[in-house]
Design a protein around this ligand. Structure first.
Ligand code: 5GP
Ligand code: MN
Length: 340
């Protein structure tokens, strides 16, 4: 039994917008992850089935381990295909904003989307959405945007328009945003939805292998290097930090997505409940934060690195040197002991 979580009015309004739309664009966040791609491509397949021809636009490339996803090859990457993407956004009469809730998470796509006269619908599960869309379908208690896309399609009475490709994308997003159903995954209806997806033909074991067991040897060596040489433990703060410089990334032939998941690893150490990973990108330091239990990774991300996210999984950025970002982190740790 799957309960009605999305408000009826939002379902109704979205259905009308879809019916009336000729040109639909789907935009997701910079550095798209499994849920961003799962929700976007899941919705894309559904819309294709009902004879709309939407365009998915990702601000920056998706990681290689998601390239197998059906429809991934039809996406436009803004950082490579700006002109074509801008044209799609200009001609759009409906834009879906998926898996993020603040316009700056669209990176360089933001200007075109914000300027567009298209109706905009946000479907997302992050706390405190910005109000820049006409319809906001925001349910932070749901563990993935992909699950929300499934729920929306069902509530529009169109379950029969979910084909296998759509189901595979939705499953991928649900799986990746819960770490393979190891966190944020106690809501029993997740498993009712998986039951439906498997009935549609999803091979969940195969999807797991495609997403998690396709790493390069370089990535495995980079992971080993991080754990052996780069992991710093702060026992008094139940915290761990891993950093990687540009030079180190280059030494291991870093490819998009190669450091995905590194931030989670120290959480499997007994007594560690907060972990941070910093990657030195050419223009900024990308910071990923994870926690277990009640430690507010999102508060730390917002207050120290101008970011945000979920209680246990957040991100931010630092426009400083890596050393300076580490210093900010170490200075902030003692201020959060009340949450340990
Ligand atoms: P990741 O560490 O995988 O990049 O991000 C984890 C989560 O943190 C994302 O799902 C997103 O909710 C949030 N997040 C990541 N980067 C940022 C950021 O720069 N700003 C905000 N507000 N949230 C972020
Ligand atoms: Mn998500």
């Amino acid at each position: 039994m799957i309960t009605k979580i999305i408000a009826e009015e939002l379902v109704h309004k979205t259905k009308i917008e879809i019916e009336n739309a000729e040109n639909i664009v789907i935009v997701t966040h910079v550095g798209p992850d499994g849920d961003a791609m799962g929700a976007s491509l899941g919705l894309w397949h559904f819309l294709m089935t009902i004879e709309k021809v939407p365009q998915v636009i990702v601000p920056t490339p998706f990681p290689n381990f998601l390239a197998w996803m059906p429809g991934a090859d039809k996406t436009l990457t803004y950082s490579r295909d700006k002109e074509k993407a801008d044209e799609c956004i200009q001609n759009a009469d409906l834009i879906f904003i998926l898996d993020f809730n603040a316009s700056n998470r669209m990176d360089k796509v933001a200007d075109a989307v914000v300027a567009s006269k298209a109706k905009k619908v946000m479907i997302d599960h992050h706390l405190e959405p910005e109000h820049f869309t006409n319809i906001i379908i925001s349910y932070p208690e749901i563990s993935s945007t992909s699950e929300l896309v499934f729920r929306l399609i069902c509530r529009m009475g169109q379950f029969s328009d979910i084909n296998l490709a759509c189901a595979e994308c939705i499953y991928t997003g649900m799986m990746t945003d819960t770490g393979g159903f190891t966190y944020n995954s106690n809501h029993e209806e997740i498993y009712s939805i998986i039951y439906e997806l498997i009935r549609l033909g999803v091979d969940k074991d195969d999807i797991y292998r495609k997403v998690y067991n396709t790493f390069s040897a370089d990535r495995m060596r980079l992971m080993g290097y991080c754990l052996y040489k780069k992991m710093k433990i702060y026992p008094e703060y139940q915290a761990a930090l891993i950093t990687l410089t540009q030079k180190e990334l280059q030494e291991f032939n870093y490819d998009n997505g190669d450091a995905e998941g590194f931030v989670n690893i120290p959480l499997s150490i007994k007594g560690i409940n907060f972990t941070v990973f910093m990657r030195e990108d050419p223009a900024k330091i990308k910071v990923s934060l994870r926690s277990q239990g009640t430690f507010p990774a999102n508060k730390f991300a917002a207050e120290v690195f101008g970011g945000g996210g979920h209680l246990n999984a957040s991100g931010g950025e630092s426009y400083t040197t890596l050393d300076e970002a580490v210093r900010k982190f170490e200075e902030a740790l003692p201020l959060y002991t009340e949450f340990l």
